[in-house]
Design a protein around this ligand. Structure first.
Ligand code: ADP
Ligand code: NI
Length: 229
């Protein structure tokens, strides 16, 4: 455990991600770090590995670097070695970085260590709830996606390729990823937090679709009367 390595890593990540507008900014990383440490304490995880992996988990996200989903792990590994960390520590962290991301509903991303489990849970908790809603629309805007595309039905993606080339609007993303996360938590303490955040999103999407259909204008039938020409 070397506090200086943690502090230098935090500074490096903050400099790299500070002006990101895709939902992968420094404050996302900072929230994931805090959540992961709290979950890690409950689970008896090695908090040094947890903190470094949380800090480095989005250092080069495949969605933002042209689709290279191994690059983040390489960058994290090199960074830690350059600070004089051991190969064992660098490998433990980079193994978490490569596995942490959601890659489509049908694509398995199993964690091999309890440290990985809590970092993945923390990252997933920050994708749901009120902040999750805000991040989804921030990402949708960044990626040039519509908020909602009523003609596109949500898809269950079997491969990373399918997931990456989707274009069904941000509301569909709730069905394709965000609503699935509460049942994919690794730890019990994350499951409890996820349940509350899940309900916030359900309520939001229900209201969004009500307003979209103008149910609140036209009554329960959900039909806006045609104007006379
Ligand atoms: P992770 O941190 O698990 O890698 P992602 O990088 O997949 O999470 O996503 C970062 C944020 O962007 C999340 O809040 C996620 O829900 C949102 N996001 C990812 N893909 C889309 C999409 N196609 N449309 C809207 N939001 C998305
Ligand atoms: Ni993340």
């Amino acid at each position: 455990m070397n506090r200086q390595v943690v502090e230098r890593t935090a500074r490096y990540v903050r400099d790299e991600l500070f002006d990101d507008a895709s939902g992968h900014d420094w404050w996302h990383v900072d929230r994931v770090r805090k959540l992961a440490l709290a979950l890690g304490r409950n689970e008896g995880a090695d908090l040094y590995i947890v903190e470094l992996a949380a800090l480095l988990h989005d250092i080069s996200d495949y969605k933002l670097n042209g689709g290279d989903h191994e690059r983040g792990a390489h960058v994290a590994n090199h960074w830690l070695i350059s600070l004089g960390e051991t190969q064992v520590c660098a490998d433990a962290v980079s193994d978490i970085v490569i596995r942490v991301s959601f890659k489509g509903a049908g694509v398995k991303t199993e964690m091999r260590t309890v440290e990985g489990e809590v970092v993945q849970d923390a990252d997933r908790l920050d994708a749901i709830g009120a902040i999750g809603i805000a991040r989804a629309f921030a990402y949708g805007g960044y990626a040039g996606e519509p908020m909602h595309e009523p003609s596109a039905s949500p898809q269950y993606h079997e491969t990373l390729e399918e997931y990456m080339t989707r274009s069904g609007g941000t509301i569909a993303h709730f069905y394709e990823k965000l609503f699935l996360l509460k049942d994919r938590m690794n730890t019990e303490s994350a499951r409890v937090i996820a349940l509350r955040r899940h309900m916030v999103m359900e309520r939001f999407v229900e209201e969004f679709l009500r307003e979209w259909e103008a149910v609140d204008v036209a009554g329960e039938a959900g039909v806006v009367p045609d104007r006379e020409p």
